[in-house]
Design a protein around this ligand. Structure first.
Ligand code: S3P
Length: 177
């Protein structure tokens, strides 16, 4: 039996790649990290931004994301992938999980990483971007989990439980059924 793709969305540093890798292992399904795929085929992301701008990066990202959304795949998207309208349309029918993180918790995670959109503005810019995208993320997600103060294995447990409830709805009747 095949399963709809499970797609992890959310801001930079929320733990999408780490959660996706662990979740795929737990489910025994293939894992795709779209940022990694983009970099493998096109070079480092900061270089893509400096050579082609954000628009050029988004065009590449759109294609890679569309190719990744096959049944049974667990896919972690870059934080801004959902800005693209066709990507949002492609998420229909997928199990979409929003991972969130507080500004305090993300501070420790972002240190040392090279993310072009926050290279200058740091945490303040991270927060501005999160707030500007929050409603969009929430409109797409079937499940939202905060990853700030607990082990990723617990987050994965909750995603697995939710997927089971989605894929076997008959075993979880509505209270008034
Ligand atoms: C971006 C997030 C990054 C990466 C790129 C742009 C964004 O991925 O795709 O730097 O627009 O939020 P992560 O969310 O994995 O850091």
């Amino acid at each position: 039996m095949s399963h709809p793709p499970v797609v992890l969305i959310g801001p930079m540093g929320a733990g999408k790649s780490s959660c996706g890798r662990k979740l795929a292992k737990r489910l025994g399904r293939p894992f795709i990290d779209t940022d990694r795929q983009i970099a493998a085929a096109n070079g480092p992301i900061p270089q893509i931004f400096s050579q082609h701008g954000e628009e050029g990066f988004r065009a590449i990202e759109r294609e890679v994301v569309a190719d990744s959304l096959a049944d049974d795949h667990v896919v972690s998207l870059g934080g801004g992938a959902i800005l693209d309208e066709s990507t949002r349309a492609n998420l229909t029918g997928c199990h979409v999980v929003l991972l969130t993180v507080t500004q305090d918790a993300v501070a420790a995670r972002l240190g040392g990483s090279v993310r072009p959109l926050i290279a200058d503005g740091g945490l303040t810019e991270w927060r501005r971007i999160w707030e500007s995208r929050k409603d969009l993320y929430e409109s797409l997600a079937g499940l939202t989990l905060d990853t700030s103060n607990r082990p990723m294995s617990r987050v994965v447990d909750e995603v697995v439980a939710w997927l089971e409830s989605q894929e076997r709805p008959g075993e979880h009747p509505a209270p008034d059924a």
